[in-house]
Design a protein around this ligand. Structure first.
Ligand SMILES: Nc1ncnc2c1ncn2[C@@H]1O[C@H](COP(=O)(O)OP(=O)(O)OP(=O)(O)O)[C@@H](O)[C@H]1O
Length: 656
């Protein structure tokens, strides 16, 4: 049935325009992005300057790709007078943004990048330049590149002592072990201590050992790894710390995602063969390592772990499991499993490490005392029942959530406001306190809901908003004109939004491994402090590099192949997303002061409810808002708890 189109306050549709149409195309770009212009002059005006052409104005607004954007990015960063961060930014631009004229960029900013070294007395200009180049090289090395790959810019550079060392080894050997981590071994509980002693005995006697640390969320697996990593690293040996997800990796000292550390492709299948050359420095690093830790292994596909086994056997030239190395896997199979896009339950189960030939060969070490929630035994028991799928269900197969957890559902917005108020109380008082903001989170099931909640919370957050518009380009240039507007509507999970709205002190999460050895990994959380058109000034708010200052530039981002986008494209944007809210799967592994859970739809896969609840330390620090199935059921506090029996039985058969 047809109904008459409603008349709204819309001026009209803007027709598609091809970039070859010149000013008409740039006019369209400006019309799409400038709010409330009253004249063409308004459209051409940016920061008080009226530009003669629409092209210039679009470029100044960062709506076009150009080296001028990189120049603007560096110029803006110079104004903060932080030469150390500026050199890191410069190296990041070289690696990620492929400048058309990098030599000009270098010449223009060499002076600003040298400012801190100029205060050293009695040194020549050449010496200062060498210091600057050494630091840029260090940053490049940490990103897997080398200054001598950029001969066009710098000519032949005499590498410093450090740069002659194999780069990966240099960074691993130089991980600083904190005092706090050195002291952890004295605080281990009985089960942790037993595991610690068994593992170190293997390491020091050069015997092999493939372990699985089996413990509920919160039983102190990460605590144990930290103690082990510290023990080995303080002896000058290499211990590689990895995890299946970026967030979990960012919690470990020197942590990297297992995918990036072992060069395992994300879209792996059983036919994967290792592609690390035996002669490479990475191969030397892995061969020299005394211990390999892989956390949150329940979230990894079994092929990735089998790939590590093949890699280690190959590098160590032996058929012994994991090349005879001491390898620790940790995880809790009550927690979420690896995501199989559009997969069915059977796919999730069959991809698990539990169904790999390796599982039966792992020595199991059990941690059983819940340290996260040890002051709340009733909460621990409740968590255990949820995790094992033992909580009583009603005739609809749902579990009843106790009243004291629940935010009553009245009206969607009203109830969400309540959830926001308990999770982030007193926004206006605490908004400038990074540890307050990052120790709280709202968890939900899907990315779309996450985006919606982040949008609502950033509107409530004090201060003025800065909105950054991305540049979307189809990989096939001829498709650009047809699909440009459509691309702006896409929100793939691992890309920044087309319109990124930020405010001073808001929390964001990094979406790329910009510079893992300096703490900028996929999953690192940051607090934004200041916004310029082409650069964001921020500090790291999680992990070892907490409080470190960084500049974040816009970089070109590609969506993962897993997304199966209708039109492949590249989005140039700051590689960050807001993180007041996160999906349950992404947040796994943290310990938080307060967790708000929003079940707009019930959880849909194994372990999600358990993970969401187990991130809190006690019953008082978690609240759930459940949207009832119908408007009449507002008193219904029931929801589904998805637990795959096949996983629980296989993982815990020895205890059942
Ligand atoms: N022996 C201990 N002494 C004091 N605190 C501890 C000890 N073990 C763990 N904790 C604390 O308990 C909390 C949970 O520990 P941890 O994060 O290591 O658990 P986990 O098993 O890794 O959890 P998850 O599976 O959710 O990642 C942390 O705050 C940690 O500092």
């Amino acid at each position: 049935m047809w109904s008459r189109r409603k008349q709204r306050l819309t001026i009209g549709c803007i027709v598609t325009c091809h970039p070859t149409e010149g000013e008409r195309y740039y006019l369209k770009l400006l019309l799409m992005n400038v709010r409330g212009p009253k004249s063409y002059e308004d459209l051409r005006t940016m920061d008080g300057t009226c530009y003669t052409t629409f092209r210039e104005a679009a470029e100044k607004r960062g709506l076009l790709h150009s080296d001028n954007n990189l120049i603007a990015c560096m110029s803006e960063a110079v104004s903060y007078q932080m030469p150390y961060s500026l050199r890191r930014l410069f190296a990041t631009l070289l690696v990620y943004c492929n400048p058309g004229n990098p030599k000009d960029l270098w010449k223009k900013y060499e002076n600003s990048m040298s400012e801190d070294f100029k205060s050293i007395s009695n040194v020549t200009k050449n010496y200062i330049q060498q210091l600057v180049l050494n630091h840029i090289n260090e940053v490049l090395l940490s990103m897997g590149r080398n200054i001598n790959e950029f001969k066009d810019i710098f000519g032949n550079v005499n590498s410093s002592k450090t740069t002659n060392e194999a780069k990966e080894i240099y960074f691993e050997r130089n991980i600083i072990v904190s005092e706090e981590d050195i002291l952890l071994q004295s605080k281990l509980n009985v089960h942790q201590k037993r595991a610690y002693d068994i593992i170190l005995e293997r390491v020091y006697s050069n015997k092999s050992g493939a372990f699985f640390i089996d413990g509920l969320g919160g039983t102190g697996k990460t605590f144990l790894y930290r103690a082990l990593l510290a023990a080995i690293r303080t002896k000058g040996c290499i211990a590689l710390a990895t995890a299946s997800s970026g967030v979990a990796a960012s919690i470990l000292p020197g942590g990297r995602t297992a995918h990036s550390r072992f060069k395992i492709p994300i879209d792996i299948d059983e036919n994967f063969t290792c592609n690390i050359s035996k002669q490479s420095s990475l191969a030397t690093l892995i061969r020299d390592s005394k211990l390999i830790v892989w956390d949150e292994v329940s979230m990894a596909k079994k092929y990735t772990i089998e790939a590590l086994d093949t890699l280690l056997k190959d590098l160590m030239n032996t058929k012994t499991l994991f090349g005879g190395k001491v390898v620790i896997f940790g995880g809790d199979f009550r927690q979420t499993l690896s995501v199989v896009r559009n997969g069915k339950k059977e796919d999730f189960i069959s991809q698990s490490l539990l169904y790999s030939h390796i599982w039966n060969h792992l020595e199991k070490l059990c941690l059983s005392e819940n340290m996260r929630a040890k002051n709340d035994p009733a909460f621990c028991a409740y968590l255990m029942r949820i995790g094992n799928g033992e909580e009583k269900t009603n005739n609809c197969n749902k579990i009843e959530i106790p009243n004291n957890f629940v935010i009553p559902f009245t009206h969607e917005i009203e109830s969400l406001n309540l959830l926001f108020n308990v999770t982030y109380p007193d926004f206006h008082t605490f908004y400038s306190n990074p540890s307050f903001i990052t120790s709280r989170i709202i968890l939900t099931t899907k990315n779309d809901f996450v985006d919606e909640i982040n949008g609502m919370l950033i509107r409530r957050f004090p201060d003025d908003a800065t909105v950054y518009t991305a540049i979307d380009k189809t990989l096939e240039p001829n498709d650009q004109c047809q699909f440009e507007d459509f691309l702006h509507t896409l929100h793939p999970a691992n890309l920044s939004p087309y319109k990124l709205t930020l405010k001073k002190n808001c929390p964001v999460i990094l979406l790329r491994n910009l510079n893992p050895t300096e703490g900028l990994c996929n999953g690192t959380r940051l607090i934004c402090h200041d916004f310029k058109s082409h650069v964001i000034s921020a500090t790291i708010s999680s992990g070892d590099f907490k409080t470190k200052h960084v500049f974040i530039p816009k970089i070109p981002l590609l969506a993962s192949q897993d997304e199966k986008l209708p039109v492949p494209f590249k989005r140039t944007q700051f590689p960050i997303r807001l993180c007041f809210a996160m999906t349950i799967n992404k947040a796994q592994g943290q310990t938080l002061d307060f967790v708000g859970i929003y079940l707009r739809e019930p959880v849909f896969s194994h372990g999600q409810l358990y993970v969401a609840l187990s991130l809190a330390k006690c019953l008082d620090n978690v609240k759930i808002l459940i949207r009832p199935p119908t408007a009449e059921d507002t008193n219904d506090h029931c929801t589904y708890n998805v637990v795959y029996d096949e996983i629980i039985r296989k993982a815990f058969s020895q205890y059942l």
